[in-house]
Design a protein around this ligand. Structure first.
Ligand code: GRF
Length: 213
């Protein structure tokens, strides 16, 4: 009988290994639920991640992330992509907003827009993304569904430094999640998200430590 679903995080760092000398100033981009945004805020509140979320930018008026920001007392700004003539124009406004809020690191926590060099060059190697698969397998919008369709037995999540190509760039941290026989995309995504919430705050600290070396 199956007792539990094991998970595997690599590198297997604990928060104590990731103590940061300076408080990181984060700007978060979220399009949807914002559970990763809240997990990062929680990790900060627990004293596990020495950081502060300066501002949340969301692009969909009904994004649940906005409600979370309100509850957490974090400023939230709507930049509706439909009101911008190009991806670059949106990214210019994101950079302006982040600079106004003293943001040093950009955290894409379920940001469903393709980012351009306007953002990536303004925050060179300081834009992090999370994706619900073990990259480089299954990039793109439906990483969970792709893993199910491929019949792989293990998938997971990845935090990486964002580059221009979607879901590409140096990998910081991954967690493996077994696929169970009865999994649907919902049940699998829910278990992947548990791991996402564990690795994202740690990967942020790891990125900052690597960057300052
Ligand atoms: C996560 O599964 C993440 O990997 C993907 O989008 C989802 C965002 O979830 N990029 P949430 O909004 O943080 O709950």
């Amino acid at each position: 009988m199956m007792e539990q679903t094991p998970s595997f995080i690599s590198p297997p760092l604990i928060p104590e290994d990731l103590r940061l000398p300076e408080t990181l100033k984060l700007g978060v981009l979220a399009s949807g639920s914002g559970s990763n945004f809240e997990a990062i805020a929680h990790s900060i509140a627990q004293g596990q991640l020495n950081a502060q979320i300066q501002v949340l930018i969301y692009n969909k008026p009904k994004a649940k992330a906005r409600e979370r920001a309100e509850r957490l007392g974090i400023p939230a700004i709507l930049l509706n992509h439909r009101h911008f003539r190009s991806r670059e124009a949106l990214d210019h406004e994101i950079v302006n907003t982040f600079k106004q809020h003293d943001v040093e690191w950009v955290i894409m926590a379920g940001w469903m827009r393709i980012v351009t060099p306007v953002l990536l060059d303004a925050y060179c190697d300081r834009v992090l993304n999370i994706h619900p698969s073990l990259l480089p397998s299954f990039p793109g919008v439906d990483g969970v569904e792709q893993a199910l369709a491929a019949g792989v037995k293990v998938t997971g999540c990845t935090v990486h430094i964002a580059k221009e190509e979607v879901d590409s760039g140096p990998i910081l941290m991954q967690a493996a999640v077994p696929i169970l026989p009865d999994d649907t995309s919902e049940t699998l995504h829910a278990r992947i998200q548990v791991q996402e919430h564990l690795i994202f705050p740690r990967a942020i600290a790891l990125a900052a430590l690597q960057y300052s070396e």
